[in-house]
Design a protein around this ligand. Structure first.
Ligand code: GLN
Length: 551
């Protein structure tokens, strides 16, 4: 019988609901339960794919090509729950379904309304994950309790609870204890009001998780319990973490959240969680002494959520290499040939992440040039590959105005262009290449890092390397070390003469986990450590000669 945990949030947004939901998933998995994760988002966009990263942070891409909320990244990093397009529903997606059904005549004779039609569709979305091999589904409701947009979702989960047997559903509410710096006090009133709002619409939370900067006293716990109608032991503290978000599962475990969940969901034999791997991660982060500095040269630098998975993958590489990673976040539109040395001087690695449109691309190209000419390890991700190719074409091959047709449609040298311009896959021209695709690896650093001959990586882009320029760039020293297994598209480029220069057309950051760092990030950071004099170089040539998969 599948049980349900619903996670809501109150007081303020950005409290870390996704992280808390993912951490609970992680704990329950480590107790041996088979967990699924899901997010319901109140905004009207059908998916976040069309939103600016400033609005909504990074768009997270799944194997099946669906473009998702970034919280799904937390779910994948913290749990093994398989994710698909059925794991993120927005108001827009729910309404689209209901409207399509109405047009198809499915509700003939009825007035189609929020209750029951929209709420039924939301409940169907939750039911979609129920299966014999699923013990617990954790459903996170986006937004903050009190928002108009959230109401149909909250109403749906309220109904869901009363329609199921008594111990099948559990409601966890995440709130903030507000700290008043002037008086040094922690205030519980916003929490009381947020729970009050939930109760007004018929949801009595079973567990309160209180985010707080400072320890919660027993007296506060009793007060919150009294005013919020939640048993005192079910009022749990979630203190701001000092060193890493990967501490959150340990913290919630120490608060005994799994025991409270087991009690509320009638799971009497739940074993204690084994979080040994997570303890090791936190210990490694705390005790790593060495430090390197990596520059990330992108467009949305003020907002850390815009490149969330990249920063996380860098952290994973730090864990794998036992090194602290200091990030120098640089806005590419502030970089030019006159200041690039000042801006990038002293870094041990340069990463150019994905992006869209023309703003700041010349700065990115300058950053690539700096890394290439100064022998600084370079990792290009998606748009970063485009920048690396343009830079090489311009500055090494002498194709002066080489560009991507995304930036300059009339360039004389379209080294990056749409598929249909290459007349290869005309029916897909101009649409996004999305989701997992197979890539064959030929000798090079990528092959060395992965240790296998074929990998599957996630894509989210429209423009491709123009094969019309392959011979010329190869002649000039660029290696094409990853090619599509199902087509002849370039997936990975490298410079063999450089200490470590590698760019990929896909997004490896979406497949990195704290417990299993992505091999490309791992080796990039290792190369940066070599640059910093903290590690010995890996002899690429010897391994690159190896035939077939490693034994
Ligand atoms: N703008 C580029 C394209 O559409 C790269 C996209 C990306 O970096 N995700 O092909």
């Amino acid at each position: 019988m599948t049980k349900h945990i619903f996670v809501t949030g109150g007081v303020v947004s950005s409290l870390g609901k996704g992280l808390t939901a993912a951490s609970i998933g992680c704990i329950l998995e480590s107790c041996g339960l088979r967990v699924r994760m899901q997010k319901l988002d109140p905004y009207i966009n059908v998916d976040p794919g069309t939103m600016n990263p400033y609005q909504h942070g990074e768009v997270y891409v799944l194997d099946d090509g669906s473009e998702m909320d970034l919280d799904l990244g937390h779910y994948e990093r913290f749990t093994h729950a398989p994710l698909s397009k059925n794991c993120n529903f927005t108001t827009g997606k729910i309404y689209s379904k209901v409207i399509a059904k109405e047009r198809a005549g499915d509700y003939l004779g009825q007035t189609v309304q929020v209750i029951p039609h929209i709420t039924d569709e939301i409940k169907a979305a939750i039911d979609g994950l129920v299966a014999d091999d699923v013990d617990v589904i954790i459903t996170e409701i986006g937004g903050t309790v009190g928002d108009i947009e959230s109401l149909p979702f909250l109403e749906a989960i309220r109904q869901y609870g009363i329609e199921k047997p008594k111990h099948d559903c559990l409601y966890i509410h995440l709130t903030l204890l507000v700290h008043l710096a002037a008086s040094g006090e922690l205030k519980t009133k916003p929490t009381q009001q947020s729970v009050g709002k939930l109760r007004e619409i018929g949801i009595q939370p079973d567990i309160l998780v209180c985010r707080t900067e400072h320890p919660m006293t027993d007296e506060m716990r009793r007060k919150i319990s009294l005013f919020c109608n939640v048993r005192p032991e079910m009022v749990i503290e979630e203190r701001d973490v000092e060193s890493t978000i990967y501490e959150v599962p340990l913290m919630l475990r120490n608060e005994g959240i799994h025991r409270h969940i087991a009690a509320a969901l009638a799971l009497p034999d739940l074993p204690e969680p084994d979080l040994g791997a997570w303890e090791d991660i936190v210990e490694t982060i705390r005790t790593s002494q060495r430090e390197i500095e990596i520059a990330v040269v992108g467009k949305y630098m003020e907002l850390t959520d815009a490149y969330k998975s990249i920063y996380e993958a860098m952290a994973h590489a730090g864990i794998a290499n036992r090194v602290r990673i200091k990030l120098r976040r640089l806005a590419s539109d502030e970089i030019d040939a006159t200041n690039v040395v000042d801006q990038l001087g002293g870094v041990h690695g340069v990463c150019v992440p994905g992006g869209f449109g023309g703003r700041g691309i010349e700065g990115k190209i300058e950053a690539v040039r700096y890394a290439r000419e100064h022998g600084v390890p370079f990792l290009g991700l998606c748009y970063g590959l485009h920048m690396a190719v343009i830079e090489y074409a311009r500055n090494v091959c002498g194709l002066e105005d080489a560009n991507s047709t995304e930036i300059d449609a009339s360039t004389e040298h379209p080294v990056i262009c749409l598929l249909d311009a290459q007349q290869r896959v005309t029916d897909k021209g101009g649409t996004m290449r999305l989701g997992a695709q197979r890539c064959r690896l030929v000798n090079g650093r990528a092959r060395l890092a992965y240790g296998v001959d074929e990998v599957e990586e996630r894509h989210r882009h429209r423009y491709e390397f123009n094969n019309g320029y392959r011979a010329q760039l190869e002649e000039a020293g660029m290696s094409f070390t990853g090619l599509g297994a199902d087509h002849d598209l370039v997936e990975i480029v490298e410079l063999a003469e450089h200490p470590w220069f590698l760019a990929v057309q896909f997004h490896p950051e979406f497949k990195s986990k704290p417990t299993a760092c992505h091999p490309l990030f791992r080796d990039f950071v290792r190369a940066a450590m070599v640059r910093a004099g903290q590690a010995e170089p890996v002899p690429v040539a010897a391994d690159a000669r190896r035939e077939g998969p490693p034994s």
